[in-house]
Write a protein that binds this ligand. Structure first.
Ligand code: FDA
Length: 312
């Protein structure tokens, strides 16, 4: 049953028709637990609240179904506005983005030029840009573009996924650049030809990658809510005498908040990924696929908001 639900959410997450339908309902579907809001202003307010709890952030403007160059340009503009707003508000946050939202599939040159503008703007504010990793077909093009950007800029990092067989080799070769890497398990539906399908293999590989990245000298952003992996990372940094300035933990908005606060209390740097925007559907489906039990939370939420007198 769990496998079936996971497959259903992963498939729905890629459907433009479902995305259009969901937009009509807005965040009432329960996505508000995972998404800070539909506007930039709401995301900055969410970051401010996180900063007050000792957490730092990375803001992501959701936009996964970009099908024209015009939409890709608008998406790039939104990234620039987001960097401006972060600086103006004086909150502690950097920016995360997906290359497909900047038109990676439509016009690679446009995507590259937009990335340069965004990374340049971030640099002018002393800020940083993280390129999220999408599904397998985008892995090589994303890493290629990341390498090109690194020829000019230091304030840009990328994500690697522990479920891919190739990632160990990628981390080894990226260590030549002292790459700033966010390490994650991986959130897309992938074939066993390219990715581990057993959770234990993914977890073992995640641990190997943490050690590899820490030993390689690049910055490690360890992005997980898995207590076992967090405990492993704490042991590894202690054993390798890695200073606090060379790694951080990262978690998603609305998930494992108790663990986030606990790590802050223990003196670790913890960054929360704060997504916002009207295109929240694909992101929401991936959060449901990770933990199909979340569907009960959504159903409860829908019943509450559709009860007479309580709806909005
Ligand atoms: P795991 O799935 O084993 O979960 C461990 C525990 O965490 C669960 O038992 C549960 O308690 C809690 N948990 C996890 N997911 C939950 C959920 N959705 N709802 C409620 N509780 C949940 N992926 C990707 O492919 N590309 C990317 O760029 C990114 N970027 C990214 C940034 C950040 C900051 C994070 C934390 C994660 C990502 N991811 C990602 C997603 C990542 O690949 C992975 O799917 C999720 O982090 C879930 O895996 P965990 O490591 O938490 O472990």
């Amino acid at each position: 049953m769990e496998k079936l639900l996971r497959h259903l959410f992963q498939t729905l997450g890629r459907s433009q028709a479902a995305n259009r339908l969901a937009k009509r309902y807005g965040l009432r579907l329960g996505a508000g637990r995972f998404v800070a809001g539909e506007t930039l202003k709401q995301s900055i307010e969410a970051v401010r609240r996180l900063n007050e709890r000792g957490l730092i952030a990375t803001v992501d403007h959701l936009g996964e179904f970009v099908s024209t160059e015009e939409e890709a340009r608008l998406s790039a503009e939104m990234c620039l506005h987001t960097l401006d707003a972060i600086d103006k508000a004086g909150v502690q946050s950097n920016l995360s983005l997906k290359l497909t939202s900047l038109g990676l599939d439509l016009n690679r040159e446009l995507c590259k030029q937009s990335m340069k503008l965004i990374v340049e703007r971030a640099k002018s504010y002393g800020n940083f840009v993280r390129i999220d990793m999408e599904d397998y077909v985008h892995c090589q093009p994303t890493l290629d573009l990341y390498r090109e950007l690194r020829e000019q800029y230091d304030n840009v990092g990328v994500v690697v996924q522990a479920y891919l067989y190739r990632t160990e080799e990628d981390v080894r070769s990226l260590s030549e650049l002292q790459a700033n890497l966010r390490l994650v398990k991986g959130a897309y539906k992938e074939s066993p030809d390219v990715a581990f399908s057993d959770k234990r293999d993914v977890d073992d590989n995640f641990k190997r990658l943490i050690r590899l990245q820490l030993e390689g000298g690049g910055y490690a952003a360890i992005a997980t809510h898995d207590e076992q992996i967090v405990a492993y990372a704490k042991e590894a940094v202690k054993e390798l005498a890695i200073p606090n300035g060379r790694f951080e933990f990262q978690m998603l908005y609305g998930i494992a908040e108790e663990l986030q606060s606990r790590l802050v209390d223990e003196g670790y740097r913890v960054r929360v990924y704060v997504p916002f925007g009207v295109d929240w559907f694909g992101y929401f489906m991936r959060r449901l696929a990770e933990r199909p039990a979340n569907v009960w939370f959504v159903l409860k939420h829908m019943m509450r908001t559709t009860r007479p007198g309580k709806g909005s």
